[in-house]
Design a protein around this ligand. Structure first.
Ligand SMILES: Cc1cc2nc3c(=O)[nH]c(=O)nc-3n(C[C@H](O)[C@H](O)[C@H](O)COP(=O)(O)O)c2cc1C
Length: 224
C-alpha cells in the first residue's frame, strides 16, 4: 500500500476497510479541522524509533476499526524497535493503515500542507524527531508533516517516550507546545486499575483518540 492514493483503492481494499469500520465515528470538528464534513477524517500517524512501539500498533488498530483514512509513516529505527519489542511485522502494521509513506519521500502527499490532514499523532516520538520538529528543519517526512500541522494550526500530538528528559529536550517540547502542538508523554495513569499491559495501551490510545475528537470507550474514565 506504499504511497497509494485512497481514491485508487480496489474493491477488495474497500471491503477490507469496511470490515474494519465496525463502529461509526463521530468527529467533533473544531475550527482547526477544515475538511468537508462529508469526508472521513484523515489522520497521519508517525512511528519513531523510541521504545513503546506497541502503543503505535494499538493506535493503528483503533483507527482501523473506525471510519478514518489513516496515513502511516514508520522511521527506520521505529521498524528496528518494533522488531525488538513486538511480534508485529512492518507488513502487518502497514496493513492497518490506508496509505503508507516512506519517511524519506519528500514527494509524498503528506509533504505538502495543501494535502489536508485533520490530525497527526507521533507515537512513540523520539527525542531526535522532537528536536527536528522544534528546529523546523523538516528533514524527514514525519518532521515535515508535523511542521505542516504546526504552520496550519492543525492538531499535532507528540507522544514522547524518554526518561529522564534533558533540558534541551524539554526546551524542544516547549517550542512545539508554543507552536500549537500537544505534548502527550507515554505515561499512562493507574487509577483505572490496569490488569495487564493491554489496559495501559488502551488508556493511552483512548487519550489520543480524545485529543483527535474521536469518540471512544477505550478506557474507564474517572467518575464513570
Ligand atoms: C531498542 C531501542 C530503544 C530506543 N528507545 C528510545 C527511546 O525510548 N526514546 C528515544 O528518544 N530514543 C530511543 N532510541 C534511539 C532512537 O531510535 C534514535 O535516536 C533514532 O535516531 C531515532 O530516529 P527517528 O526519530 O527517526 O526514529 C532507541 C533505540 C533503540 C535501538
Amino acid at each position: 500500500m506504499m504511497g497509494r492514493n485512497p481514491s485508487s483503492m480496489t474493491g477488495s481494499d474497500r471491503k477490507r476497510y469496511s470490515l474494519h469500520a465496525r463502529r461509526p465515528i463521530r468527529l467533533m470538528r473544531k475550527s482547526s479541522m477544515t475538511r468537508a464534513k462529508s469526508t472521513r477524517p484523515r489522520i497521519a500517524v508517525g512511528l519513531c524509533g523510541a521504545s513503546g512501539a506497541q502503543y503505535g500498533v494499538e493506535l493503528l488498530r483503533a483507527l482501523a476499526e473506525r471510519e478514518v483514512e489513516t496515513h502511516l509513516i514508520v522511521s527506520r529505527w521505529a521498524d528496528a524497535v518494533m522488531r525488538t519489542e513486538t511480534d508485529t511485522t512492518l507488513a502487518e502494521l502497514e496493513d492497518l493503515a490506508e496509505v503508507t509513506h516512506d519517511n524519506h519521500d519528500m514527494a509524498a502527499s503528506l509533504s505538502s500542507s495543501s494535502f489536508l490532514v485533520d490530525g497527526m499523532v507521533i507515537i512513540p516520538a523520539s527525542v531526535k524527531t522532537v528536536a527536528e520538529i522544534a528546529g523546523g528543519s523538516a528533514g524527514t517526512l514525519i518532521a515535515r508533516a508535523a511542521d505542516n500541522m504546526l504552520k496550519t494550526r492543525r492538531r499535532l500530538i507528540v507522544c514522547i517516550r524518554e526518561t529522564p528528559i534533558s533540558l534541551p529536550c524539554i526546551e524542544n517540547l516547549r517550542t512545539i507546545m508554543l507552536a500549537g502542538g500537544i505534548v502527550a508523554p507515554l505515561s499512562p495513569g493507574f487509577y483505572h486499575r490496569p490488569a495487564d499491559l493491554s489496559d495501559l495501551y488502551a488508556f493511552m490510545v483512548g487519550k489520543v483518540l480524545d485529543m483527535l475528537y474521536i469518540e471512544n470507550s477505550q478506557f474507564r474514565r474517572w467518575g464513570e
